[in-house]
Design a binder for this molecule. Structure first.
Ligand SMILES: *[C@@H]1O[C@H](CO)[C@@H](O)[C@H](O)[C@H]1NC(C)=O
Length: 256
């Protein structure tokens, strides 16, 4: 998804940026690279100034809430699948490469007038059904290696957030961390009203995702709200709702 702006009438903008930090990941997935999302965002700013006049538009941009969510694809759909980045970088070096992109991106948003920015940490990505399936012969537990990469990334991201809050006057940058709440849902699905966290609703629940999931996918479960994951990579609407509710009450609370 590129840049979404909601309800100009309310004089409030919510901008959501997601997909991938690394250009190479965007290439693999054939999605809009981050630098282009930024170009589109600059275009959007110009359009907004055209509609509302400079002063009013700048006020809205200053008050807007920016939600940034990226990183899982960089590790799971790029680094751990294709050799080019993993030959070039150790996993720690790749982490630092992504964090450098995040820092530049946030700094540019700030220079463009963004002040309220939430950046999401990585989820327990070793627990995505697709990753569990890949180790089916050694049991279908979460892949601990991927979870510790996520935890390590989130720790470094938090340090970077602290530094940027000091360096960029007036910025309010927070970590919107889905890790703990999603892990709790996955480890205690019944507590949240789910029946299955290891397999997804769509298809066999083990590998299908995105365009492989549609009305005609055989075996798809009749009630997605009983499942933590919709497809092998993406949570169901109900899971997303629980995570969003949690974040709105915690890290995003100061903005709302
Ligand atoms: C991604 O690609 C753009 C456009 O080619 C380039 O300007 C930018 O430096 C690249 N980013 C990284 C981190 O390599």
């Amino acid at each position: 998804m590129a840049v979404i702006s909601l309800s100009l009438q309310l004089e409030f903008a919510l901008l959501l940026l997601e997909l991938a930090y690394d250009n190479a990941t965007s290439d693999v997935l054939s999605v809009i690279p981050l630098w282009q999302e930024m170009d589109y965002y600059k275009e959007y700013q110009e359009k907004l100034r055209g509609y509302l006049g400079k002063e009013k538009a700048n006020g809205i941009l200053l008050e807007a809430l920016y939600l940034i969510s990226m990183g899982t694809n960089d590790f799971l759909e790029n680094y751990y699948i294709f050799p080019s980045r993993s030959k070039q970088y150790s996993v720690e070096e790749y982490r630092d490469f992504l964090l450098g992109i995040a820092k530049d991106f946030i700094t540019e948003l700030y220079q463009l007038g963004g002040r309220k920015i939430a950046i999401s940490g990585l989820p327990p990505m070793g627990c995505l059904p697709l990753e569990r399936t890949t180790k089916i012969f050694s049991g279908t537990d979460c892949v601990e290696k991927y979870n510790s990469v996520a935890l390590d990334f989130n720790g470094k991201l938090q340090e970077m957030i602290k530094r940027l809050n000091k360096e960029l006057p007036g910025i309010r940058l927070v970590l919107a961390n889905p890790y703990d709440i999603l892990l709790d849902i996955i480890q205690n699905p019944l507590k949240y009203g789910f029946v299955d966290a290891a397999k997804a609703c769509c298809g066999t629940g083990m590998f299908e995702m995105s365009y492989l999931c549609n009305k005609r996918s055989p075996f798809t479960c009749p009630d997605a709200s009983k499942y933590v994951f919709w497809d092998s990579f993406h949570p169901t609407e109900k899971t997303n709702w629980i995570i969003a509710d949690h974040l709105v009450k915690t890290s995003l609370a100061e903005f709302l």
